[in-house]
Design a protein. Structure first.
Length: 202
């Protein structure tokens, strides 16, 4: 089993490592999104640089990476929660530290959302609602992401989700804080970029 688990973890890491925004940008407009906007490979920067459709595709594929990792674990290791978590974490690490782009990547929110929609569907729904409300009011993706990650932890606790999943959600919340540390600084300084619908991409 250990060998199979190792192979699954490596595969999920490689799956998460797929730099969706980079490859899509090059295929869409021959553009390296790392050279534009914030320089990040996540869906938000793709939206700003290339527009709504490429941004939505990037977001969907990055979420799918997380969902797929957990579903593979459930298929090959049914009932083993530790393996489900390990596969999901491998995909998240791959997304944020991709082997294909010198261990850089996105901030982990989209792939984490996919992982937790497969692991904690109802708390993830509450997290999505929180994200939508905060983002809709503020137009800050970063603030919406942080609010959603916090809501995931809170709702999984109150819904008495399995403790390993609740603690994993808490760990990912802290990880999201770390990957958004520059955004948090800009939010405090009032210099964070907003997403303004209907305006041309930067």
């Amino acid at each position: 089993m250990n060998g199979s688990l190792l192979l699954l973890s490596i595969f999920c890491y490689l799956l998460g490592s797929i730099p969706t925004g980079l490859w899509l940008g090059k295929a869409w407009k021959g553009m390296d999104v790392r050279q534009h906007g914030s320089g990040n490979l996540g869906a938000t920067n793709v939206f700003r640089v290339l527009g709504a459709v490429p941004g939505a595709i990037t977001l969907s594929l990055d979420i799918l990476k997380g969902v797929t990792a957990v579903l593979l674990a459930k298929h090959y290791f049914p009932g083993d929660l530790r393996v489900f978590i390990a596969a999901g974490l491998a995909a998240i690490v791959g997304h944020t530290m991709s082997v294909f782009v010198k261990f850089r990547g996105g901030k982990g929110v989209a792939t984490s959302a996919g992982v937790f929609f497969a692991l904690l569907p109802l708390p993830s729904l509450f997290a999505l609602i929180a994200f939508a409300i905060v983002f809709g009011i503020s137009h800050y993706v970063s603030l919406g992401s942080l609010s959603g990650a916090f809501t995931l932890v809170l709702s999984s606790f109150f819904l008495a989700s399995p403790k390993p999943l609740t603690w994993t959600a808490a760990g990912i919340f802290l990880f999201v804080i770390w990957t958004h540390r520059a955004n948090i600084t800009r939010l405090r300084q009032g210099t964070e970029n907003r997403i303004e619908w209907g305006k041309p991409s930067a």
